[in-house]
Design a protein around this ligand. Structure first.
Ligand code: ZN
Length: 139
């Protein structure tokens, strides 16, 4: 069995953003040389997500509004977590609902997606360097 590991780095200039990272994950898969197996992609920070859905701007705006409705960034005093001196109580909640990781099957050297599936990095507390782990196992 082969094994491959890579960290993808992001420094999002805004507090929140959704970034399509499918091309980077496909590049990792090419580098790995693995034809049959599994890809794990996970955020390495507890205020960011990795998830799979459609690359459609209206949907991404819907996510943004829905997440702000569920867990508004302000007032900061709304969150006990912010009593630690942080201001990212909302980001931890947003990350929880959007998920930590995805697993994708690798078939014939390709990501074996369903229709319209793409991989996204969801940033909820940006403006600093953060990482996503890509781990691929197979043969
Ligand atoms: Zn925090």
């Amino acid at each position: 069995m082969k094994s491959y590991r890579k960290e993808l780095w992001f420094n999002v200039p805004t507090r929140r953003a959704f970034i399509n990272i499918t091309p980077q994950v496909e590049e990792c898969l090419r580098e790995s040389g693995i034809r049959e197996g599994l890809v794990l992609v996970n955020a390495m920070h507890i205020t960011a997500s990795v998830f799979i859905n459609d690359d459609e701007p209206g949907l991404h705006q819907d996510y943004e509004e829905w997440l702000e409705w569920l867990a508004p960034h302000e007032p900061l005093s709304r969150y006990r977590h912010n009593r630690t001196g942080e201001d990212n109580g909302d980001a931890h909640l947003k990350r929880q609902i959007m998920g930590r990781e995805v697993v994708i099957a690798v078939t014939n050297g390709q990501l074996d997606f369903g229709p319209w599936e793409q991989i996204f990095y969801g940033e909820f507390d940006g403006r600093r360097r953060k990482r996503v782990l890509v781990k691929i196992i197979g043969e």
